[in-house]
Structure formats: C-alpha cells, structure tokens
Design a protein. Structure first.
Length: 474
C-alpha cells in the first residue's frame, strides 16, 4: 500500500530536478523559512491529478471512504466550504426550493444565492435554560416537506458549532420518503464514529451527502476536508462537476499528504489514541462539572468533545471570561457567544494542556464566588435565531440591487427595523447569519446585534460598521 507522504519524501530525496511549477523549485534557501518546500509539488508524472484521479490519489480517497463507511469520498482542499457549495448546487437546479436549517453555515446561504434557490427555513429547538440552540426536530422536517411538495433537497448542520447533534437517521428517512437527498454539514464531526464515546457519523445513519472538516477535530492541516456521497438519491456526476469548478486546479500536495496521513492514523492506530483522549476528556468533564458558579453545559444528544462553559447567573460575561482565559492564562478559546464560551478539544490535546484549562476555570470559578457581592451584574444575551420574514430571496435581492430597481441606503441598527436587508449580518464564529438579504429586519434582530456590539463582538457582513444596507421603501 502506497501513501502520498512516503512517496513525496522519496521524491524529495531523489535526484529529480524540477523544471516545472511551483516556482520555489523545492529550494528552501531562497526564503530561509522552515516551510515544507521539499514536499510541495504539482501534478507531475507518478503523482496523479486530483481532478482526474486514477492512481495514488484515487487510492487515498478510497481509503477515506472505507474509514468513514461512505460509498465514495473526495478530497476537499478548499475546505468544507467547497464541499457544501458543490453539494447544494449539485442537488438542485436553478430556482429550486430547498429546505435549510436556519442555523446552517454561511456557505449554505452562498450556495442558495449562487443557484438562485428558494429557501424554506426550519429552525432549531432553543434550550432557554442553558441558552443554547438545539437540534432540528425530525417531525418538523416531515411537516414542512408535506407542506412543500416541490422541495428538492434538505440540508442541516449536525453537530452544531456548540456540539448539539440532531437525529440524522430520522431526518434522512423523512427526506427519502419524498425521494429527495439529505445533505449534512458534519464539518465539526470528523471524529464521529471513531470511538463509542462519540456519535456515529452521518454516512452510516442514511445521509446522502456528508461533509467533514478533517482539520477541525483531527490531526490534519487547516483547509482540509472530505465530501462523502452515498446512495441513489443524489446526482453524483453533478456534484463532481461542481467540485471540479469550485476547487482550485492546483491542489496542494502538502495538504493532501496531510489528509492521507490523518486517514492512515484513523485506519491503523486510532483505537489507542482515542481511548487515551476519551479517558482524559472524561476526567476533565468530571472536574468541570463540580464548579459552583460557572457551569459545564450540554444537551441530551451532544458531542462531548466540545467543552461549553456557561456564565449564566454569574457576575462575569462570556466575553469577560474569554478575555481572562486569553490574557491571564494564555488559553485561546474557540468562540464566545451570548452566555457561554466554547473550548474545542481533540485527540491532539495533551494532559498538560487540559490541566491548564481545568485549573484556570476552577480558579476563575472560585474568584467569581468571592466577588459576587461587589461586582455589578453585566448584561447577558443569548445567541438565538430571530425569526424574520423573507420578503425576497437573496438572489432576488441581489438582482434588485444590481438593476437598481430600488434605491438602497445605510441605516443604523436602531433605525433599520421594518426595512428589508440588502446585506448579511452575523457573528463570526460561528458564521450563522442573524439577518439574510431579503429579510425584513425586526426589533428582536436589532436588539441582539446592538447588544453584541456593546459587548465587544464583531458583527460581520455589513460594509459599514454599526450600519446595515437596506432596500428603500418606495
């Protein structure tokens, strides 16, 4: 069995001279940087072509399919984004209806725009006690599909950025009863199915297209991901066609070698690594569960690799906790949201690193208790999803703007209520739009975005800070 990394090492150490791209010619002396120039090649003889794989890259992708129990698997070297775009556009025709979970990543919304789709939104449950967006209800998926017989595909995110897992099997059954495919953005679940402690991956639960970001939770380089195709409800040829269009024609062999090594580890040595990781994770969660003021939270169906720490009911904001961990303890968290902070763990974590996190949170927890009487309680908000009326699709809004059918203007958050947005507005991470172009802005959305800005969050999407572009009312 031949692995790409081994072959690159062998080639680097050979006497072959490069009269081809890339321009560094495997010569690291030019920049003096400690980068893998020696392994960075292009599609030369013997190294296959990702877009027409029939050699070592084909075998690498087949290994990935085997590990993830998929019918077919393809490398994504433009990240999960390229896979999501290809999946949504490959499963729909221009102008089709698509059922989208409203908490999908912005790349789903971009695919909706590019294919001029008519989205029908389904909202996740919201757990008000812990202020966390929850799962997608399969019964609501079924009801929505009954109401809209012309929906051509379903797309959900599971697990969410925060680790909440939906019943993919039941949602797949609902979609298949209508003869349409289920696309699952499982970017944060590339480790699913690798140990009984974690949920099964969506390939074995009936999903037709599954996207995994290897780099998010596994030892793979940033920008590396996989797309899996299963069953007969999807047009695989069409999805592949979009993959060829949306991925670079110059894929990085360094990235692909990293993916192959990650799959090799999962295939050959993951049992020991994951068992050690799970044991460490359980010890960490047990200690954090004993905190008096800060709370370790999760839902019934959850990815327990995510450590979500709630500040609800305390005298510190989520942003405050995030900054204390960063500035005083030099611990960089993944994300801060309305009333919680998210720490992502993986099989790559060390006992030392985990101990630093636990000790820091225990110290902060004790400090909050002693300071409670002297510190004024600060405002807390949660990252809910305001339910906005869709006046136009994003594509229709784009055409209105392009053809100047309606004049647009910039409004402050406070004065934008009642207007139709011409821009996205979201907090990143997680990159879920609170407002989508074509939606009528509500008081709830204004209140949330204003509060986020006051708390120090960056609202992304709008071109002008503190304002949003809206369509005129004429």
């Amino acid at each position: 069995m031949e692995y790409l990394y081994d072959k690159l090492i062998k080639y680097r150490n050979s006497d072959y001279y490069a009269f081809h791209m890339p321009g560094h010619k495997r010569n690291g002396d030019l920049t003096g940087c400690d980068l893998p120039y020696g392994l960075d090649i292009t599609e030369i003889d013997g190294f296959d072509d990702l877009h027409h794989a029939d050699g070592i890259l084909l075998q690498a992708q087949k290994r990935a399919a085997s590990v993830y129990h998929a019918d077919e698997t393809f490398y994504l070297i433009n990240g999960s984004t390229s896979g999501i775009l290809s999946a949504v556009m490959g499963c729909t025709a221009k102008g089709d209806k698509i059922l989208c979970a409203r908490n999908c990543h912005r790349s789903v919304y971009h695919a909706v725009y590019m294919n001029e789709l008519k989205p029908v939104y389904i909202y996740p449950e919201f757990y008000s006690d812990i202020e966390l967006n929850g799962h997608i209800n399969p019964a609501e998926v079924t009801r929505t599909l009954e109401q809209h017989n012309d929906i051509r595909a379903v797309v959900i995110t599971s697990p969410t950025y925060d680790g909440v897992v939906s019943d993919v099997g039941a949602i797949a059954e609902a979609a298949h009863r209508k003869g349409i495919p289920l696309i699952v953005d499982e970017a944060h679940g590339a480790h699913f199915g690798m140990h009984p402690y974690f949920p099964q991956n969506s390939n074995v639960l009936g999903a037709d297209v599954v996207i995994h970001s290897l780099h998010k939770t596994l030892p793979s380089l940033t920008q590396t991901a996989l797309i899996h195709l299963n069953g007969s409800f999807v047009d695989r040829r069409e999805i592949k066609r979009y993959l060829h269009m949306l991925q670079t024609s110059s894929p990085s062999y360094v990235l692909m070698a990293g993916m192959d090594e990650c799959i090799r580890m999962l295939d050959n040595g993951s049992t020991r690594c994951f068992q050690t990781y799970v044991e460490l994770l359980e010890k960490v969660r047990a200690r954090l569960g004993r905190m008096k003021n800060l709370k370790l939270i999760e839902t019934d169906s959850f990815d327990r690799s995510k450590i979500v720490i709630s500040v609800k009911g305390t005298d510190i904001t989520s942003r405050g906790l995030y900054e204390v961990l960063l500035n005083q303890y030099h611990l960089q968290m993944e994300m801060t949201a309305g009333s919680y902070v998210l720490a992502m763990t993986s099989v790559g974590d060390t006992a030392e690193g985990m101990e630093r996190l636990v000790e820091a949170l225990e110290e902060i927890d004790a400090r909050i208790a002693s300071e409670r009487s002297s510190v004024k309680k600060k405002q807390q908000i949660h990252f809910s999803l305001p339910r906005l009326k869709q006046v136009y699709t994003s594509a229709e809004t784009g055409m209105i703007m392009k053809n100047k059918v309606s004049a647009s203007e910039y409004k402050s958050w406070e004065s934008s209520e009642g207007f139709v947005s011409a821009e996205y507005a979201y907090i990143y991470p997680p990159g879920i739009p609170l407002i989508v172009p074509g939606e009528e802005i509500t008081a709830e959305a204004v209140s949330q975005l204003s509060a986020y800005e006051k708390m120090g969050f960056s609202v992304e999407g709008p071109e002008k800070e503190g304002k949003i572009e809206v369509l005129g009312n004429e």
